[in-house]
Design a protein around this ligand. Structure first.
Ligand SMILES: Cc1cc2nc3c(=O)[nH]c(=O)nc-3n(C[C@H](O)[C@H](O)[C@H](O)COP(=O)(O)O)c2cc1C
Length: 248
């Protein structure tokens, strides 16, 4: 297996870091590598906020579903979909009346931001650093907007915590992936039959002792994810982000 593929297979989320600081040079290398990611029309519709202030890390640890390990991470980056920079440039130099970014613009900028974040994850793995996404940055939009002083048309869409992994994290088994046959479709989308669902989940049961069968698996997913408080908050928060697009 070549080194890039090997690195992709070896990467797993890391949530506990050693006390070893990440040097400024390495951090810069990480950022530059992340920025090699493809970006729609080479427009760079994203911004990366490097959180170095411990107070802000502490606040993010709380606002992102009380995940204490965020506050202990040597590196914390918030990836924002950013149409502010391009929009302001067009308004300043081309047309003061340039329309406000709309939903499609926002989704394109979100793609840019997340693709950049994933480049950082891959780069981190290559540099011996561990990383973990924090999806809860989608929650509490108004709070994060104020905390990070985000202007109009900048939306926090992803967050990464990084650092040197502890031995325990290195030794931890990577969660198993589903079989590609259930995920990859040929030409047209094919919904899973009940039997497919059973086979789909069966493969995972060895790693999820609480999920004795597909009923338990989906019960768990329903209760712990789909109907959990954080999910309701995320949906509320994203609705506010979408409303920020309108001119009301
Ligand atoms: C969009 C996204 C959001 C995530 N949010 C969190 C999070 O808030 N907290 C956390 O501990 N892990 C989070 N993760 C990590 C996933 O739990 C992890 O990727 C998944 O369990 C698979 O494990 P692996 O990354 O070790 O292969 C997130 C991952 C993604 C892609």
């Amino acid at each position: 297996m070549n080194t890039i593929l090997e690195s992709l297979y070896q990467r797993k989320s890391c949530r506990v870091f050693t006390d070893e600081p990440v040097s400024a040079d390495l951090k810069q290398e990480l950022i530059l590598a992340a920025m090699q990611a493809p970006t729609a029309g080479n427009m760079h519709l994203y911004s990366i906020i490097d959180i170095t202030d411990q107070t802000i890390k502490d606040q993010l640890a709380e606002s992102c579903d009380h995940q204490a390990f965020i506050a202990k991470a040597p590196l914390v980056f918030v990836f924002c979909a950013d149409y502010h920079r391009a929009w302001m440039g067009m308004k300043t130099f081309i047309n003061q009346e340039a329309r406000k970014p709309e939903t499609g613009d926002m989704f394109l900028a979100m793609s840019d931001a997340l693709i950049c974040a994933q480049n950082m994850v891959v780069a981190a793995q290559g540099l011996g650093l561990g990383s973990c996404y924090i999806g809860d940055i989608l929650e509490n939009y108004e709070y994060h907007r104020d905390l990070l002083k985000l202007p109009e048309a900048v939306w926090p869409i992803g967050m990464l915590v990084l650092g040197y992994p502890t031995q325990h994290q290195l030794d931890r088994k990577k969660p198993k992936r589903f079989e590609p046959g259930f995920v990859v479709h040929s030409n047209h989308y094919a919904s899973l039959s009940i039997e497919d669902h059973q086979a789909y989940i069966q493969d995972h049961l060895e790693e999820q002792p609480n999920s004795l069968n597909e009923l338990n698996y989906y019960h768990d997913l329903y209760n712990r994810k789909y109907t959990a408080d954080f999910t309701h908050e995320m949906n509320r928060s994203v609705k506010v982000m979408l409303e920020s697009l309108s001119d009301k």
